[in-house]
Design a protein around this ligand. Structure first.
Ligand code: NAD
Ligand code: ZN
Length: 349
């Protein structure tokens, strides 16, 4: 397909982005052209928008950001076999190579030659995106398109929750950002017996409650340790899901994790964090998991089933559904933290 499309483009190496007309991408032989219905804003897009240090090193302008989306295939390259025009799709953001050691050993989420959609190549804040077939995911038609657009971050949340079973366990989620609150809904669906959530924002704690949190606390005014202990017969929680990237939250989580428990860490601290390994980790005989990306595609399979069965209803987490033209309102809310997931309606149907 040729012609022009509307896209949110980072035109210059500075803060900001502009909605402009640009060329529809040309599809390679192994790619499909997808018309975007909905795209949701991720923290990574915010980093690119505000032009932080990471973005300055990584992004080459002009650049179309965005990678969480749902849309319909409108054209396929000649080597594409598994998709056809009209398919309802989303995509795994981690474009793996398929031939490195990690890809060969079941860890394509940490492929050594990883390329990231919307970071290393043109993204989804546009009417059309070209996507390699190997990362395309066929959506169930029973999933609403706006829900389908948030499966990628839901996959992060799922792998953080499910590093070990949460069934019957007491769980403390530190950080009620968009991914933290999705983790709350998922942990509930998998049978966590108690969900305690912390955040510095009361607005976000309210969203966590709507997603199923039993107890919420704000470390700015609450004593996290005494609250967690009072709800766990003094034992501390079985599981900590670290979804904030805050050093304080990491120490707090470790302090209330019961000896023999498990912590999964998804939140990304700004820099190195020091731990008292003997006392915070080793003598407590705990297990810590680092989580990055999603298992390709087993995590997608589970996320898809959670949504199509409505075992997880992500509606309270989607606080903003905005026409593409109002992207700035959504980006401002993301920067301010006054939102859950922000979904842009691009050509939503
Ligand atoms: P976010 O920044 O919107 O949410 C983080 C939340 O943590 C905020 O609401 C903030 O108020 C809260 N917070 C800050 N300090 C806190 C403290 N001391 N105690 C409790 N809460 C505190 O981020 P998000 O989009 O929800 O993502 C969650 C984290 O996961 C981020 O750190 C993000 O960078 C990271 N992430 C990692 C991966 C990965 O593959 N590992 C992928 C996506 C996101
Ligand atoms: Zn690889």
């Amino acid at each position: 397909m040729t012609g022009s499309m509307l896209a949110l483009v980072k035109e210059r190496p500075e803060k900001g982005a502009t909605l402009i007309k640009t060329q529809i991408p040309v599809v390679g032989d192994d790619e499909a052209l997808v018309k975007i219905d909905y795209a949701s804003i991720c923290g990574t897009d915010v980093h690119i928008y505000v032009w932080n240090e990471w973005a300055q090193k990584r992004i080459r302008t002009p650049h179309i950001m965005g990678h969480e989306f749902a849309g319909h295939v409108v054209e396929t390259g000649k080597a594409v076999r598994g998709f056809q025009e009209g398919d309802f799709v989303s995509a795994e953001t981690h474009i793996y190579c398929g031939h490195c050691y990690q890809c060969h050993t079941g860890h394509s989420e940490v492929c050594r030659n990883l390329q990231i959609l919307g970071v290393d190549r043109a993204g989804a804040f546009a009417e059309y995106i070209a996507v390699p077939e190997r990362v395309l995911w066929k959506n169930s038609k029973s999933i609403p398109a706006d829900w389908a657009s948030i499966q990628e971050p839901m996959g992060n949340a799922l792998d953080t929750v499910n590093a070990e079973s949460v069934s019957g366990k007491t769980v403390f989620v530190t950080g009620a950002g968009p991914i933290g609150i999705l983790a709350v809904g998922i942990a509930k669906a998998f049978g966590a017996s108690l969900l305690i959530v912390s955040d510095l924002s009361d607005y976000r704690l309210d969203l966590a409650r709507k997603m199923g949190a039993d107890v919420t606390l704000n470390p700015r005014r609450d004593d996290a340790e005494s609250i967690v202990r009072s709800h766990t017969d003094g034992a501390g929680v079985d599981v900590v899901l670290e979804m904030s990237g805050s050093e304080k939250a990491i120490h707090q989580g470790l302090a209330v994790l019961t000896p023999g428990g498990r912590m999964s860490m998804l939140g990304l601290p700004d820099g190195p964090v020091s731990l008292d390994l003997s006392n915070e980790v080793i003598f407590k005989d705990i297990r810590i998991y680092g989580i990055t990306g999603r298992k390709i595609f087993s995590t997608w399979q589970t996320v898809s089933r959670l949504l199509s069965s409505k075992l997880v209803d992500p509606s309270p987490a989607i606080t903003h559904k905005l026409p593409f033209e109002e992207w700035q309102t959504g980006m401002d809310a993301m920067v301010a933290g006054t939102c859950g997931k922000v979904v842009l309606e691009i050509s939503g149907r």
